[in-house]
Design a protein around this ligand. Structure first.
Ligand SMILES: NC(=O)c1ccc[n+]([C@@H]2O[C@H](COP(=O)([O-])OP(=O)(O)OC[C@H]3O[C@@H](n4cnc5c(N)ncnc54)[C@H](O)[C@@H]3O)[C@@H](O)[C@H]2O)c1
Length: 376
């Protein structure tokens, strides 16, 4: 079978997840091309060499440029901090290699736009890791909406709240570096925006509100020296969709107790859908018709083999998929696209559209006014 050489930049949280996903995709799915973990790059030689064996990579380097130049690397996979996405992606595109990049694509829409232009000019395939779009329950939500079962969509209400920055003694990290872009509105907000656009279509205008809750943080774990926080800890926006629906989006990384509240409610004229990724293999559905008075209520649909591609993991319904399974579904979609199957979505262009909404929320919050997303 044909193999595809993977070059992965970054061996942190997402690097491990990507390495796992490529290996699991090969085991779970009947792929047209076999991913081969060739080169791992990290911030220096030692870090890369230490991580490479456990992640399953044949070789390692402390220089991502060497990874791109390596003839065994067919796909450049970027799981490094946000500020590095653009230089690494542009170099890979220049070398004519497809790019799989983590979200958010770039620090801002202008830089994301440059990445789109480069990829499209060079005819290079791109993919961005908005993995929750690969959750079979998100796919089911989209299917229900498209079928008309809940009528015309009138509202989308979405939130992505976690608590990993809720402790004021949590130190400064690359996530708070302004060079990497905005704060939680980009880090988590981009996920809920990706789902909103996927299910309800383009967002045309926004009015945002952003807040920095913890004004300064230790420069490193346990340090008494602090550094000001220049990005948002909380963000909200009222939104309008191209199809006339309205809604809201909220993101927070300072929400005590919220571990993975990536939740959304889609209201239609004839029913409602609710999904919360703390229970990512469930979808709540309410339909107005066919329910007797006194017996009306939401029903819970548990993911099962009928929901593509759950059945590849498990033949029995209700046994639950997890975060890394969803990444594995993403890796499969990538392998199919690279073997001339269905094009991968979301690509750089869609990630740029998501980034425009992020930028519009921040700018509208600063200017206290509604903004048209296409003006960004
Ligand atoms: N899709 C998702 O659900 C999801 C979840 C978390 C993070 N992310 C995204 O993934 C990316 C990485 O996040 P993370 O949580 O894995 O971060 P992390 O800090 O855990 O890992 C980052 C890795 O990049 C390495 N790195 C730093 N500078 C480097 C350099 N110059 N060259 C090579 N490697 C370098 C670090 O040493 C580390 O191994 C970010 O863009 C983030 O937004 C996505």
């Amino acid at each position: 079978m044909k193999t595809l050489g993977i070059g992965l930049v970054g061996s942190g949280f997402m690097g491990r997840s990507h390495a796992y996903a490529f290996r699991a995709a090969d085991a779970v799915f009947d792929l047209p091309v076999r991913p081969s973990l060739e080169v791992l790059a990290d911030i220096d030689d030692n870090t890369a060499a230490k991580a490479a064996p456990s992640l399953g990579f044949a070789r390692s380097t402390g220089d991502w440029k060497a990874l791109i130049a390596d003839p065994a690397v067919d796909l450049v996979d970027i799981t490094a901090p946000n500020a590095l996405h653009k230089p690494i992606a542009l170099a890979a595109i220049e070398a004519g290699k497809p790019v799989y990049c983590e979200k958010p694509l770039a620090p801002n829409a202008a830089e994301a736009g440059q990445m789109v232009d480069a990829a499209e000019r060079n005819g290079v395939m791109t993919a961005v890791g908005f993995n929750y779009l690969k959750n079979p329950m998100v796919a089911l939500a989209r299917e229900i909406v498209d079928s008309g079962e809940i009528g015309e969509i009138i509202s989308f209400r979405g939130i992505h709240a976690e608590d990993y920055m809720a402790d004021p003694s949590a130190p400064h990290t690359w996530r708070l570096e302004p060079a990497g872009g905005h704060g939680v509105v980009a880090d988590l907000g981009s996920h809920i925006i990706s789902i909103a656009r996927h299910i309800a279509g383009p967002i045309t205008s926004v009015v945002g509100q952003i807040a920095t809750v913890v004004a300064e943080r230790p420069v490193r774990p346990g340090a008494s020296e602090t550094r000001p926080v220049e990005v948002d800890d909380q963000a909200r926006a009222l939104i309008r969709f191209d199809n006339g629906a309205t809604g809201s989006i909220e993101a927070s990384w300072v929400s005590p107790g919220r571990k993975m509240t990536l939740a959304f409610e889609i209201t239609g004229t004839k029913g409602t859908i609710f999904v919360d990724h703390e229970r990512m293999s469930e979808l709540q559905l309410y339909t107005s018709t066919g329910q007797a008075a006194g017996r009306q209520g939401f029903k819970t649909i548990l993911a099962g083999p009928e929901h593509s591609v759950y059945g590849a993991f498990c033949p029995a319904p209700g046994h639950q998929l997890g975060f890394n399974d969803i990444k594995t579904i993403e890796a499969r979609a990538l392998m199919l696209a690279l073997a001339d199957g269905p094009p991968f979505q979301p690509d750089f262009r869609e990630a740029w559209e998501i980034q425009r909404v992020v930028d519009a929320i921040v700018l509208s919050a600063r200017e206290s006014r509604w903004l048209t997303v296409t003006d960004i």
